[in-house]
Ligand binder design. Structure first.
Ligand code: ZN
Length: 304
């Protein structure tokens, strides 16, 4: 499932390739991909003629800001992909929505498992795409019309790569929380965009056991985790994301980050730090990878 680095890669690709392009028409091959407005015919009528001004990301959602102020959201979920294709490229049987661009190219929303959703919303409430701040949502909610874009993300936590996400802010958010680190990192209301891959990677880098509770961390550990969360996400973006099955960038090519991961899906293989085997456990129904030697088990947690 695409996480922050994968979605960011798609957004950056699209910013390069379709910012300034005008959508002439949309063809919907799977109605349920369209979340808003309803019915899908209305979506088609409302998107036709719109010019894409810029492309960004909030949490795990791609945001296409239109020149008239509206925003099109694309939540890729499990297997969604946004691919820019030449007009003469062969048709894609998994394309659920195809946007015909004025210059003859197509922006294709491909989704094998069909969990992804596309919406078109009035703008407002997101000051700058990709630099999330927790307090923003409250400001937005006051006096907001229904369905403004900002409201869609009012339940989301801060962007971990945003300027406002300092170690002090992270410490503040962790304080008094008894949740396990792994579960907390996956909680989108705590921090936006981190999923299973990058949570495991950040915890390994920080040498913190996934079952440690947030309130058990000392100051140094908090700082370490803050640093490693940001680092693994930045490296993921630099490597164009991690492809395990369906994820591809907007060029249709897989990312290179999967081969560079340290623990995720490396159960029984040697830890890059100490050489002992990586273990896999299940935390909150999510498979979790860690090194039992480098990431010491919390006292009193019993056998993991
Ligand atoms: Zn190790």
């Amino acid at each position: 499932m695409p996480e922050l680095p994968e979605v960011e890669t798609v957004a950056r690709d699209l910013q390069r390739w379709v910012a300034g392009a005008t959508i002439m028409d949309a063809t919907i091959h799977w109605d349920r991909t369209i979340r808003h407005p309803q019915p899908p015919e209305r979506f088609v009528a409302e998107i036709a003629g719109a010019t894409i001004e810029r492309v960004g990301r909030r949490a795990k959602t791609v945001l296409l800001s239109l020149a008239d102020g509206r925003v099109m959201t694309v939540a890729l979920r499990m297997t969604g992909a946004l691919i820019v294709a030449d007009a003469d490229a062969p048709a894609d049987p998994y394309a659920r929505v195809v946007f015909a661009l004025e210059d003859g190219r197509e922006l294709r929303y491909r989704d094998v498992r069909k969990f992804g959703r596309i919406g078109l919303w009035p703008g407002g409430g997101l000051r700058s795409v990709g630099a999330g701040r927790g307090t923003r949502s409250k400001r937005v909610a006051e006096g907001a019309r229904r369905y403004r874009i900002g409201e869609l993300f009012s339940g989301h936590g801060p962007e971990p790569l945003g300027r406002g996400f300092t170690a002090a802010r992270f410490a503040e958010r962790l304080r008094g929380r008894s949740a396990k680190l792994k579960s907390l990192l996956l909680d989108q209301s705590f921090i936006a965009g981190v999923g299973n891959i990058y949570a495991d990677e950040a915890l390994w880098r920080a040498r913190l056991h996934p079952l440690r509770t947030a309130d058990s961390l000392d100051e140094h550990e908090v700082r370490r985790l803050h640093r490693t969360v940001r680092r693994v996400l930045r490296e993921g973006i630099a490597n164009r994301g991690a492809s395990f099955s369906d994820y591809v960038g907007a060029n249709g090519q897989p990312g290179a980050n999967a081969a560079r991961l340290s623990v995720y899906r490396r159960a029984e293989q040697p830890c890059y730090r100490c050489g002992r085997p990586i273990r896999r456990i299940v935390v909150g129904q999510r498979s979790t990878h860690f090194c039992p030697h480098c990431q010491r088990e919390p006292v009193g947690s019993g056998p993991a």
